[in-house]
Design a protein around this ligand. Structure first.
Ligand code: ATP
Length: 250
């Protein structure tokens, strides 16, 4: 369970550049939730993720993961329990290293808290077995430098890197936005498959309203640094794009 209590973030406080990015955000994300997140540009969605990941400090408020207060915990420590994917698949993967070396780096860090690119035969088999479930032929490209893969293939590997040792929380930060429609669809399909298979608690920021409505079990809408709507269950299922666009302004 992830809980934010009265979290506010103000950038450059007390200066002319002062900007309140989050204002008194309180929310509980339950185990097994798959939360999609919508909101206009500058609404505070990425700041919300940065607070959860420990990339930026809160100005006030608290963050708890499974009852543990992680408000002051450093980003690299949280990274063992909180996975994150970005719009650009190049972020979080090392282009010059092979697919299997990238997987080994992620796996060793999540398992033992240290980075090792060494790959044993058992690792190779384990990685191939997992990649096979994606049905993209990536199990035959273990030795390929990841920088030579297409954006969609690279994002699929990044996704696998994030879930090989399933994190408590998976943050998906517009992770399909830079892909062509077919690849974006495939990555979203794989995302759903892995979340379900590994029972991961996930949050996904998207600007694609259809994706936000058709995926996940809960929808949060951000506006001006606050969560202004929180839909789940049948209420979420009944939502239509024309309902949602109205909430961007509220
Ligand atoms: N490091 C920073 N320094 C100063 N202001 C910032 C910083 N990061 C974000 N902001 C500001 O905080 C507000 C919220 O930004 P944030 O990136 O969280 O919005 P967002 O909802 O993710 O937007 P988008 O959909 O455009 O990615 C914006 O006004 C932004 O300009």
């Amino acid at each position: 369970m992830l809980k934010l209590e009265h979290v506010s973030v103000t950038f450059h406080p007390g200066t002319q550049l002062e900007k309140k990015a989050l204002t008194d955000v309180s929310v509980t994300i339950h185990d097994g939730d798959f939360v999609t997140i919508l909101g206009s540009n500058g609404a505070g969605k990425s700041t919300f993720f940065n607070v959860i990941a420990g990339k930026i400090p809160v100005t006030s408020g608290k963050v708890f993961l499974d009852e543990e207060d992680i408000t002051e915990q450093k980003e690299h420590i949280r990274a063992r329990q909180i996975g994150r994917l970005f719009q650009n698949p190049a972020m979080g993967t090392a282009g010059e290293l092979s697919v299997e070396e990238n997987l080994a780096l992620a796996y060793s860090h999540s398992q033992r808290g240290m980075f090792s690119r060494a790959v044993t035969n058992a690792d190779r088999e384990f990685f191939a077995e997992h990649l096979k479930t994606l049905d993209m032929g990536l199990e035959d490209r273990l030795k390929t430098p990841i920088g030579l893969l297409s954006g969609g293939q690279r994002q699929a590997v990044a996704l696998m890197m994030a879930v090989l040792n399933p994190p408590k929380i998976l943050l998906l930060d517009e992770h399909t936005a830079a892909l062509d429609p077919k690849s974006a669809h495939k990555i979203l399909e794989i995302t759903n498959q892995l979340i379900k298979q590994e029972q991961i608690t996930a949050l996904m920021i998207t600007h694609n309203m259809k994706d936000a409505l058709e995926n996940g079990s809960r929808l949060l809408i951000f506006h001006d640094g606050r969560i202004t709507k929180d839909f789940s269950g049948a209420e979420k299922s009944a939502l239509k794009p024309e309902d949602v666009i109205h909430f961007y302004e509220v």
